[in-house]
Design a protein around this ligand. Structure first.
Ligand code: BG6
Ligand code: MG
Length: 219
């Protein structure tokens, strides 16, 4: 068995990627920048501040705002996003995820979280999943967004496991790249992800038998 399984949050455990998009679309619109869902894909796994920089670049406004104005824009986005999180309930967990977490607990396989979101603890709590995680990497201590492996390495180190003996699960290209960069086995959820060791179309296909077969085949 793998020593641990490490999950991304947004887009793997719950569909907050869409809520991030709605909040950014609002703030970007207020400064005259239009963004669509396709562009939003490039923000997945990217920290709040870095996401803003990408949006400004997308709209041809790199350098148009002072660091203070950027901090205000990021704060405005987070306010909208946190407000939208009120709609999360225990029913907002993506299909199959709660069952998988329960099976991993029964199998005594440690579970970690590698999300660069500072809102991750509040989201896990709203979903009533906090107790399912043995260790959540603290995004506040991370200085580099995915695709840098830092957040996954922090999760492995918190769990006391060897990255090469773990599986990471992601829905974003930056996340798959981060997992592969630490020598973990990568599982991609969705389509169009390059370099995923195992690719599944949706979370409902993510089961322990499937992960276990993948592990035994690739190790
Ligand atoms: C990641 C999301 O999980 O967290 C990104 O994929 C987001 O879209 C990042 O920007 C930071 O989240 P937060 O909640 O700290 O702004
Ligand atoms: Mg994600």
């Amino acid at each position: 068995n793998p020593q641990a399984i490490i999950f991304d949050l947004d887009g793997v455990i719950t569909d907050t990627a869409h809520l991030h998009f709605l909040a950014w679309r609002q703030v970007a619109g207020e400064i005259g920048i239009a963004i669509d869902e396709a562009f939003n894909d490039s923000l997945k796994g990217i920290s709040r501040g870095e996401s803003l920089q990408r949006i400004l670049r997308h709209g041809g406004k790199t350098g148009a705002f002072s660091p203070e104005a950027c901090a205000q824009l990021a704060e405005r986005k987070n306010g909208l996003y946190v407000h939208s999180l009120r709609q999360l309930t225990v029913n907002s967990v993506l299909p199959g995820i709660r069952e998988l977490l329960m099976t991993l607990w029964e199998e005594r396989i440690p579970v970690g979280l590698a999300s660069v979101s500072l809102n991750a603890p509040a989201i896990l709590q709203a979903l009533d999943l906090s107790a399912c995680f043995d260790f959540c990497a603290n995004a506040a201590l991370i200085s580099r967004s995915k695709p840098d492996p830092e957040i996954f390495l922090a999760a492995c180190s918190g769990l006391g496991v060897d990255p090469k003996q773990c599986i990471g699960i992601e829905d974003a290209q930056a996340g798959i790249d981060a997992i592969n960069a630490c020598g973990m086995l990568s599982v991609g959820i969705g389509t169009g992800l390059n370099g995923a060791g195992l690719q599944l179309p949706a979370t409902e296909f993510l089961t322990w038998p499937c992960l276990s077969a993948f592990w035994q085949h690739d190790k």
